[in-house]
Design a binder for this molecule. Structure first.
Ligand code: COA
Length: 382
């Protein structure tokens, strides 16, 4: 296998981008990434996307986007793994370059979620859960996460207000990120007063519905060493049952544990060597469970890591350093690529006010469903 590096990145602001179509969003992330990499014609394009068929009425994104950005003729295809689609596309691109099949590939995550009515979007998102055993009972993704959060609060005697630390951290970091959807810090009081979505999940526990696109250019380290911005030290995928009730213990995300473990083994490091973690904080409960299963806190102590300030920039393990899914936003199929773009910002010292000083190893983790597909990447500075 060949070593793979990232040589270019691009991203659009995240938000309700009604004036941009899906293909325009992809274009607006791809063109700066190609310019950044100094590449005109990559060997292939892999598109991470979850919902274009349902929310835009458009599939076949590989050929569509390749043509729209002036790359007609190259290999191009869409990769889907629910909210983990972005990192899944990255994984496919990485395998193509590492195997020697291609030398330079473009990976773009793109999602357009805000042109449809809320109920319709919620139903589309729920197609990533188990249709026969979960969705047919009427649960949405927010509801599934609410069940997990309630169980967590009961099992570990954690008061709801302690979860606020995740949201406060994410919004504080998002405030300094020009690409973030939410750029206002929030207080403990604002968290307490936020409207309830699915008890105990309130508006401030939940990532938003939004649009966005992000892109990275991957290349063989041997051929593009002088342009490298970051190295990919590990890439690992693990899966679990779609249905939460089929799991050994609903409060232990086994696929997070397995995916993280495989990544640590590949990179030959332990969790203690990670300098920052772009966690999949689609809901504050997901952030807590991920921190625990990935080995950063014992079971039941993930929330404490947050409430004791360890997840802030300057803390023991900064997370969601550019706002995370909560404040930067969660355009589902694009999220995994945003995480990697932000990790490159950190590793190249370009994270501005949110810079994690002296960082050289970062981890990104993108989750599909309520923990059914978990894709972990570990990146290293050059
Ligand atoms: N955090 C903070 N503010 C939010 C927000 C969020 N997650 N979502 C919406 N808002 C704000 C909007 O900016 C808007 O503010 P304004 O009135 O000042 O303009 C206000 O709340 C209402 O926005 P709206 O879009 O009408 O919200 P909504 O009630 O339709 O939707 C949720 C809110 C939480 C239900 C929706 O964002 C949601 O379903 N999120 C979960 C998405 C999901 O499941 N993703 C997959 C995860 S795996």
């Amino acid at each position: 296998m060949r070593d793979v590096v990232i040589i270019g990145t691009g991203q659009t602001p995240v938000g309700e981008l009604w004036e941009k179509s899906l293909r325009h969003l992809a274009h607006d992330a791809i063109m700066p990434a190609l310019a950044d990499a100094g590449v005109e014609r990559p060997d292939a394009l892999y598109v991470g996307n979850m919902l274009s068929g349902q929310l835009v009425g458009q599939e076949h994104l590989g050929a569509l986007i390749a043509d729209f950005v002036g790359l007609r003729g190259i290999e191009a295809m869409k990769v889907e793994a629910a909210c983990g689609s972005g990192a899944a596309a990255l994984r496919v691109g990485l395998m193509a370059v590492a195997s020697g099949m291609h030398d330079v590939v473009l990976v773009c995550g793109v999602e357009k979620m805000t042109d449809t009515l809320g109920d319709f979007t919620t139903s589309a998102l729920a197609t990533a859960a188990d249709q026969e055993y979960e969705v047919s009972q009427g649960v949405s993704f927010v509801a599934l996460n609410a069940l997990l959060m309630r169980r967590y609060m009961y099992e570990y005697k954690v008061p709801k207000e302690d979860f606020a630390a995740f949201t406060i951290n994410a919004h504080r970091n998002g405030a300094n990120n020009p690409y973030a959807m939410f750029r206002s810090p929030i207080t403990q009081k604002a968290y307490a007063q936020a409207s309830m979505i699915a008890d105990p999940i309130n508006l401030m526990d939940s990532s938003p519905v939004c649009d966005g696109a992000a892109c990275v250019v991957l290349a063989s380290a041997d051929l593009f060493r002088s342009r490298a911005k970051a190295r990919i030290l590990a890439s690992a995928v693990a899966t679990d049952s779609l249905a939460v009730h089929d799991r050994r213990n609903p409060l232990v995300l086994d696929a997070v544990a397995e995916s993280s473990h495989r990544a640590y083994v590949q990179a030959q490091i332990t969790p203690a060597d990670i300098h920052f973690f772009e966690v999949h904080d689609a809901f504050s409960i997901m952030a807590a469970l991920s921190l625990e299963a990935a080995g950063f806190a014992p079971c039941g102590a993930g929330v404490r890591l947050a409430s004791e300030g360890e997840i802030a920039i300057g803390g023991r393990l900064p997370i969601a350093t550019m706002g995370g899914l909560k404040a930067r936003g969660h355009p589902v199929g694009a999220t995994g690529i945003y995480q990697v773009v932000e990790a490159v910002q950190q590793l190249t010292g370009n994270a501005g006010a949110n810079q994690v000083q002296g960082c050289s190893i970062g981890m990104t983790q993108n989750i599909g469903g309520s923990g059914a597909t978990v894709i972990t990447h570990i990146l290293g500075a050059i």
